[in-house]
Design a protein around this ligand. Structure first.
Ligand code: KG4
Ligand code: ZN
Length: 357
């Protein structure tokens, strides 16, 4: 097993990549649907699956071409089988299965979140286990304890909005367009958080110490907007200084929430590596603050470069490689699951294995 073709179509990116020996990217092609969904302020599932269908052959062919290979060179296939939008996932799964069947090669279904975790293998030293991984994306905000490779214990997840969803919804509220994360980050650089104090404190969910909740923060932004009479930015209009300050304050609150949970989990579980991944991990303030926290803890923090942080197929090929190598491939009955779980075990609160004090 050497060359793996990865396919990703769980949300609004049609992606294909060829990865050699699990860590060397030969090609990584992505057809983004952002422009199609932008007028709706979010991903429209039906449009997404139609677009995947229209693009998948083109994207797979481009990935092969850029790698200088043909289908007969590929040793195995890895495809995102969940979680995600069911119609979108099915396009990738059915396409990958047909390629595997016709070329008589093994195929493995990959959990999208495991893919995000593997996105750090290309540009960092090998992951030392146990590791602690935070996946922060448009649909997920979770912390996993990974005692050994490919075993995942869910320590905490969001009770309501995912971090990326909170960025997207807040951006919509402020008239900043879609996707919201990059828009808020851009304005936050111009604003001053201390000039827009949000009435908000990091929720402490007493029965689940690593869980998240972002709905209160969204309400705090809404209240701030109405109490200060802020007008959302109109299309093509440069947002006001007040909106920039609010963006900075919101970003700071999300970053503080995420970093505090990771630090708490790292103190309790004492991993050897910290991993930060998923679209929101593109955020520079989050990367920097998490890096400072990791340095204080004396732990290495791995995160991917921006192109590998958001959805891509190289991470899916990397995640599938190990299982293909061990011949743990899936049968042709492989199917998509919108709510596929990654963890083999949920850890009950207060059971940190190296709990201090
Ligand atoms: O991982 P991803 O590409 O797709 C999912 O699996 O959901 O993550 C997309 C999410 C969106 O919510 C987007 O607003 C957010 O990542 N995002 C960011 C930034 N870049 C993308 N959030 C904060 N700051 C950014 N720079
Ligand atoms: Zn993702």
């Amino acid at each position: 097993m050497k060359l793996v073709l990865g396919i990703e179509s769980s949300c609004d990116e049609t992606a294909a990549a060829v990865v050699e020996d699990g860590t060397k990217i030969l090609s990584n092609c992505i057809a983004s649907q952002i422009e199609i969904h932008r007028p709706f302020g979010g991903v429209v599932p039906e449009l997404a699956s139609r677009e995947h269908l229209a693009r998948i052959t083109i994207v797979v062919n481009r990935a092969l071409e850029e790698a200088g290979l043909s289908l007969s060179d590929i040793d195995g296939y890895a495809v995102t089988s969940g979680p995600g939008l069911i119609g979108s996932l099915l396009v990738g799964v059915c396409y990958a299965k047909s390629l595997a069947y016709v070329n008589a090669k093994p195929i493995v279904g990959v959990n999208h979140l495991e893919g995000h975790i593997y996105s750090v293998v290309f540009e960092n030293p090998p992951i030392e286990y146990p590791a602690l991984a935070m996946v922060v994306s448009g649909g997920h905000t979770s912390i996993y304890y990974i005692p050994v490779e490919r075993r995942y214990e869910l320590l905490g997840h969001t009770r309501d909005d995912a971090a990326g969803e909170a960025f997207d919804k807040t951006a919509k509220l402020l008239g900043l367009g879609y996707p919201g994360g990059p828009a808020i980050e851009r304005l936050a650089c111009r604003g001053k958080a201390e000039r827009a104090t949000l009435v908000y404190s990091i929720p402490q969910i007493t029965d689940a110490r690593y869980d998240f909740s972002f709905s209160g923060l969204k309400t705090a932004v809404l209240r701030y907007v109405s109490e200060h009479g802020l007008r959302p930015a109109a299309e093509a209009e440069e947002p006001s200084d007040e909106i920039c300050d609010l963006a900075a304050s919101f970003q700071q609150a999300v970053v503080r929430t995420l970093v505090s949970r990771m630090v708490k989990a790292a103190r309790d579980y004492r991993p050897r590596t910290l991993i930060l991944t998923g679209g929101v991990a593109c955020n520079k303030m989050l990367r920097q603050t998490m890096l400072e926290a990791a340095t204080k803890l004396g732990l290495p923090l791995y995160y991917p470069s921006p192109k590998l942080t958001t959805d891509n197929a190289a991470m899916i090929a990397a995640a599938g490689y190990g299982r293909l190598l061990c011949q743990e491939d899936d049968a042709m009955t492989l199917t998509a699951s919108a709510s596929l779980k990654l963890h083999t075990k949920s850890v009950s609160p207060g059971k940190g294995r190296f709990k201090l004090a």
